[in-house]
Design a protein around this ligand. Structure first.
Ligand SMILES: CSCC[C@H](NC=O)C(=O)N[C@@H](Cc1ccccc1)C(=O)O
Length: 658
C-alpha cells in the first residue's frame, strides 16, 4: 500500500503511449503486454460492512480488507496516510472486514472455509486473538448491525435449521446471546432497527413478486405485512432511518425501475423518497441521519448522490472526484467520509474526504506500479439488435490498435440468471484485452438494470431467447471493423458458463472456442442440489427456472451435458472444488463428455476455492489459463482436420487438476 497522495484523479486514459522498444506494436502505437501476475499483483480493497463501523472509535483509521498478501485480510488504514496495520493474517481463508466495535479497536470479521460459503463471524481482539462467535460445522452466519446503545450487535445464523436464518442479539462484552427472532417461515432477514425494536423481513414468492414485513421484537406476534398488493410487484428493503421511525424500502410498482419509498412505522403511511430513471441500488444514512447516500445503476455504471437530509440539497462540501464511487462510510463525528474510488482502468482505492475543508486524500495505490494505466482500456456502453429486434446492451472493451489490426474477440456472459455485466475495473478483462482480445460483455435479456420488463423476458425461456441474444452478440462483433470475424469465442462464469456450454452445444457453428468457468451443465442435478440455505428463495428460483420435480424434461433439453456430443470446438473448463452452487461433478462430466469427441479440452480445478476465485495465486493461474488457451486455439483457429489424426486431439491436463 502506498503512502497518501493528495487526490489524484483516477480518471480514464484515452491517449496511446509511445514506449521504448521491446513492446508489442499495435497499429500506430506501442502498448506494453503484461502477464496475469502483473494484473493480480494489483491489490484489491474493500471497505468494512455498511452495517458496521468502518471508522475506528477515534476516527483516525478506517477498516478495510485487502489481498495484499495474496489472501484477503483485514487492515486498519490510518487516515493520515501512514503505514496500515495488519489486523488479521490468515494464509488460508479469505477474511473480510465487518466492523470496528463502537468504543474500542476490537473488530468483527468473516470468512468461510475454502469457498464453501459457510461464513462464520469472528471477534478479533486488540491483541489479534480470534474467536469464532458462530461455531458449528454446517453453520452459515451474517453480521446484521449494532444497537444504537452500542451494548449489543446482531448476527443471523442457520444453526437451528439449515434452511432458515434466525436473528441473535450478542452482548458486546460477555458475548452472551439471545434469540430475538425465530424464523420458521422462510423470510430473508433484511435489516434491524438501531433501537432494536423492529426487524425488516422479505418474502420472495417469485423474482417479480415479493413482500416486506416488519416484526416487532418487543411486542412479538406475527410480522406486520407492509406491502399488501395485487399482481406482481417486487419489494425489498434498503434500511431503517437512523431514528428508527421509518423503513426505507424498494418497489418497482410505479414503473420499470426500483424506487425508494418510506414506511412510517407508527402511522403506516408510505411516501416516495427517491425516484430516478434507473434502479436505486442502495440508500444509506450517516449515523445522525443528517446525510443520505444513494446510488443509481445508470446504464451499467454507478452514479452516487449524497444529500443533506433536512434540505434535500446535494452535498456541496466536497467535489466528488470523477470515477466510480462506492462503499461510502461516515466517520463517527460525521466530519469525514471514506469511500472507494475506481474507474475502468483503475481498481478500488480507499479515499477519505474532509467535509469541513473539502480536502480529499487517497490512502492506497492499488494498481500494480508495473502497469501503466494508459496501456489499459476504457469500457464503452454499446447496444446491438437481437433476432427479434430487441436492443441488447453490452459493455465493450477494444484493445489499443485493434482499429488498425482487427483482433480476435470474446463474448463475455455474466452469472445469474438475472445478473449484469457492469463497467468498471476487471483485472481478468483488462488482462484479456491487454493480450489483444476484444471483449463484449453482453447483457442478454433477463439481465438486471434495464427495467423489470427486460429482466423477466428470459423467465422459463433460458437457453432459448437469452441464448439467441448471445448468438447475436457474435454476429454484431463480426461486423465491427476492429474484430477478426473468423476468431470469436465465448467465455462466462456460472450461469454465464451455462451459456457457454449452451452456445457450443445448441449453436455449434457460432463460436470457435469456449471458456466455461464453473458453469451449470446439468440443470436437473443443479436445481435438485441447491444449498439448504437457499430455502427462502427456492420457490422463486424454481418459478423462474422451473421445478426439477416437474420440469426435468425441459431441464434435460436445455442442459449442455446431455447434448455434449455437439460440442466440437476447443473448451477450457475452470472449477472450484468447494463450490456449493455448481458442484465440481458438473465440470468433471462435461470435460469427460467433450473429450470423448476428440476435441481439445483443458481443465483446471482449484482445491481451495468455491463459486469464484479469491486467492491471488489461483486468480493468476485462471487468468493465465484463459489467455494461454485463447492464444493456442483462437488466435490460430483449431480445426479437426488440422490435428495429427484428422479427428482432433485432447489437450493435456492442467497441473491443478486432481
Ligand atoms: C435466480 S438466481 C439464484 C441463483 C444465484 N444467483 C445469484 O448469483 C446463483 O448463484 N446463480 C449462479 C448460477 C446458478 C443458478 C441456479 C442454481 C445454481 C447456480 C450464478 O450464476 O452465479
Amino acid at each position: 500500500m502506498g503512502a497518501a497522495a493528495s487526490c489524484a484523479m483516477l480518471g480514464a486514459c484515452t491517449s496511446e503511449k509511445v514506449t521504448p522498444a521491446g513492446q508489442s506494436e499495435t497499429g500506430t502505437s506501442t502498448v506494453e503486454t503484461y502477464g496475469a501476475a502483473a494484473f493480480f499483483e494489483t491489490t484489491s480493497y474493500g471497505m468494512a460492512s455498511s452495517a458496521g463501523f468502518a471508522f475506528s472509535p477515534d476516527d483516525d483509521a478506517i477498516l478495510v480488507h485487502s489481498d495484499e498478501t495474496g489472501i484477503f485480510n483485514a487492515y486498519a488504514l490510518p487516515i493520515d496516510g501512514s503505514e496500515p496495520a495488519t489486523l488479521t493474517a490468515s494464509d488460508t481463508d479469505s477474511t473480510f472486514a465487518l466492523s470496528y466495535f463502537p468504543g474500542d479497536e476490537r473488530i468483527l470479521v468473516t470468512h468461510d472455509t475454502g469457498g464453501d460459503e459457510l461464513n462464520h463471524i469472528y471477534l478479533v481482539d486488540e491483541d489479534g486473538t480470534s474467536t469464532d462467535l458462530t461455531p458449528g460445522e454446517e453453520v452459515k452466519a451474517s453480521f446484521a448491525g449494532w444497537s444504537d446503545d452500542a451494548l449489543s450487535f446482531y448476527i443471523t445464523t442457520n444453526e437451528r435449521d439449515a434452511r432458515f436464518f434466525d436473528l441473535y442479539e450478542y452482548d458486546t462484552e460477555s458475548f452472551q446471546r439471545e434469540l430475538v427472532f425465530q424464523n420458521d417461515e422462510g423470510y430473508t432477514i433484511a435489516a434491524v432497527s438501531g433501537d432494536g425494536t423492529d426487524v425488516a423481513l422479505v418474502r420472495e414468492r417469485t423474482s417479480a413478486d415479493s413482500d416486506v414485513y416488519l416484526a416487532d421484537l418487543e411486542a412479538g406476534g406475527a410480522p406486520v405485512h407492509v406491502t399488501p398488493h395485487e399482481g406482481n410487484i417486487a419489494y425489498g428493503v434498503y434500511d431503517f432511518t437512523p431514528d428508527g421511525s421509518q423503513l426505507v424500502f424498494s418497489t418497482d410498482e410505479f414503473g420499470e425501475f426500483s424506487q425508494a419509498w418510506t414506511y412510517d412505522i407508527a402511522t403506516g403511511e408510505k411516501a416516495e423518497l427517491i425516484a430516478e430513471d434507473w434502479d436505486v441500488m442502495y440508500v444509506l444514512y450517516s449515523p445522525s441521519g443528517d446525510y443520505r447516500v444513494h446510488a443509481i445503476n445508470e446504464d451499467a455504471r454507478t452514479t452516487l448522490k449524497i444529500t443533506e437530509t433536512a434540505t434535500g440539497a446535494p452535498l456541496t462540501a466536497i467535489d466528488l472526484p470523477a470515477g466510480d464511487i462506492g462503499s461510502v462510510r461516515f466517520s463517527r463525528d460525521e466530519s469525514r467520509i471514506a469511500f472507494m474510488l475506481s474507474s475502468d482502468t483503475s481498481p478500488n482505492n480507499a479515499m477519505v474526504a474532509d467535509l469541513e475543508t473539502g480536502e480529499i486524500t487517497q490512502l492506497t495505490d492499488a494498481l500494480n506500479p508495473a502497469i501503466d494505466e494508459e496501456d489499459l482500456v476504457d469500457a464503452q456502453i454499446v447496444r446491438y439488435e437481437s433476432f427479434d429486434g430487441l436492443e441488447i446492451p453490452g459493455v465493450l472493451y477494444v484493445p489499443h490498435g485493434a482499429e488498425e489490426n482487427p483482433a480476435p474477440a470474446l463474448v463475455w456472459v455474466h452469472g445469474g440468471p438475472g445478473g449484469q455485466s457492469r463497467a468498471g475495473y476487471s483485472a481478468t478483462i483488462q488482462h484479456l484485452v491487454n493480450h489483444g482480445y476484444v471483449v463484449l460483455a453482453a447483457n442478454n435479456r433477463g439481465s438486471s438494470g434495464y427495467g423489470k420488463t427486460f429482466f423477466h423476458m428470459d423467465d422459463r425461456r433460458h437457453g432459448d431467447v437469452d441464448l439467441q441474444d448471445i448468438v447475436y452478440a457474435e454476429k454484431w462483433l463480426a461486423e465491427q471493423s476492429y474484430v477478426d470475424a473468423e476468431k470469436i469465442g465465448i467465455i462466462g462464469g456460472s450461469y454465464g458458463g451455462y451459456m457457454v456450454g449452451a452456445a457450443l452445444a445448441f449453436e455449434p457453428d457460432v463460436y470457435k472456442v469456449g471458456i466455461n468457468i464453473f458453469g451449470v451443465m446439468n440443470w436437473v442435478r443443479t436445481l435438485e442440489s441447491i444449498p439448504p440455505w437457499w430455502e427462502s428463495f427456492r420457490e422463486a428460483l424454481f418459478d423462474e427456472m422451473g421445478d426439477p420435480a416437474t420440469d426435468a424434461e425441459r431441464h434435460r433439453a436445455i442442459s449442455p451435458l446431455f447434448h455434449a456430443d455437439n460440442i466440437r470446438v476447443p473448451l477450457l473448463v475452470v472449477q472450484g472444488a468447494n463450490d456449493p452452487r455448481v458442484l465440481q461433478v458438473e465440470s468433471d462430466e462435461i470435460v469427460e463428455a467433450v473429450r470423448a469427441n476428440g476435441v481439445p479440452v483443458e481443465y483446471v480445478v482449484f482445491e481451495d476455492e468455491g463459486h469464484g476465485f479469491s486467492k491471488r495465486e489461483n486468480r493468476i493461474e485462471a487468468s493465465e489459463a484463459y489467455v494461454t488457451f485463447l492464444d493456442q486455439y483462437l488466435k490460430t483457429p483449431w480445426s479437426p482436420e488440422g490435428s495429427p489424426d484428422g479427428e482432433g486431439e485432447a489437450a493435456e491436463t492442467s497441473e491443478s487438476e486432481e
